[in-house]
Design a protein around this ligand. Structure first.
Ligand SMILES: [Zn+2]
Length: 124
């Protein structure tokens, strides 16, 4: 998934991010990636759906996320028939992509440092 939206970490929580609106300039949505647990993955790690929980512009603050999350994905998440499934708006997906990129870069650097079989040009 390609994400062109502007993203910035929230000052008060490490799991929250502000994601710029694609269609409205000056509007940002607040996403909490650690909201709404949906199950455990194959590695035994909890999986969170995340939630789009707020909206702000230069003039107003609203304790609701985007309409898509409020009206479509939220109700789907609360439906017992969908237990274990994820329903993520584009703001949640973009915030996940943002930290995924940072995590993968960090992981590659760690693997490179720990690699016992160095590339020829790095051996002394
Ligand atoms: Zn959203």
């Amino acid at each position: 998934m390609k994400c062109e939206m502007r993203i910035s970490p929230d000052d008060n929580s490490l799991t929250r991010f502000w994601v710029g609106s694609e269609s409205e300039s000056g509007v940002e949505y607040l996403v909490d990636l650690a909201a709404i647990p949906v199950g455990i993955n194959r590695r035994g790690t909890p999986v969170y759906n995340g939630a789009c929980i707020g909206r702000r512009s230069e003039t107003e603050w609203d304790h609701h996320g985007c309409k898509h999350f409020q009206c479509v994905q939220g109700p789907a998440l609360r439906n017992p028939l969908n237990k274990g499934r994820t329903f993520r708006c584009k703001h949640i997906l973009c915030a996940r992509k943002f930290i995924e990129e940072a995590a993968v870069d960090g992981m590659i650097q760690q693997l490179k440092v720990m690699n016992p079989n160095l590339d020829e040009d790095e051996q002394t």
